[in-house]
Design a protein around this ligand. Sequence first.
Ligand code: PMV
Length: 307
Amino acid sequence: MTVRARAHGKIILAGEHAVVYGCPAIACPLEIGVKAGFERSGSALRLNVDGAEISGEIASPLAEAFRLLRAEAANLGVGGRLLAGSESPPGFGLGWSASFSLAASRALLGGGEAVENQALELAARLEQVFHGRASGIDLRTAASATPLRFRRTADGVEVISFQPEKPIHAVLAGQKPSLTRDMVEQVRQFRDQAPEEVERIFLAIAKLVPRAEAYFRLGLVDELGLTLTANHALLRKLKVSTPELDELTERALSAGAAGAKLTGAGGGGCIIAVASEERIPAIHSALEKQAPFVRSVRLGAAFAQPA
Ligand code: PMV
């Protein structure tokens, strides 16, 4: 018998990076994530991701995650074959690692509500392997059916889920992958070198987040767009954007987007552009000329496919 599980991908609408240091952020689950299947057998755990067998012997975050899963399986006294399949591209800021971590943990532990807390706990340890000093926002969003506001607090995290009045139309576009842990480390070093400058940027980002949330909840796409574009300018000051990401945001704005920003860690990965529905096809085709990954999505819409 195969135990099947899924977890959502995600986008960060506002507040990335600052969220690692206690500022709030708004994230939204995406229907595309990672699916996993676990076929139990007598042998030690094996892991296959997108058709490739993962060796636990090499130095890579995925191999390290596999070693953790293998140890967990041995502790549980189970073995077999864990198959993971990506619906979203890894490294594009769409929460692949959190989605993989949660889908794999759910499948290994048997799936269902009864093991959900245990799966979240194991997934958090896996996510730490991929992300280093992660805020935990990706994992919470991978497990959520609705958008949420997330904040790290002294004694844990505060997560407020909400359902917007209507979905917001958006286009995601990405050119090349990047490593979240490297970008988080880059921001940490920048903060060590220029603490006041970075605190000012974080404070400005933290002021935008409640506005982004309110506009998202009310379906006010023009106001939301301006807020996202302002957030992108601050992420540029934080030095996590790239000329390619800036160009994609410019292209989206020229094609009629209400606003655009990089989403996630930056250094590569994706931008998100929001717009009224009738402008989406033009933005989609403008971005397709420049980016190999382009996807039109509806943020805050109910999913056809549950996690
Ligand atoms: O996984 P990404 O690329 O969406 O980045 C996660 C968001 C960061 O704020 C950059 C890191 C974190 O753990 O919150």
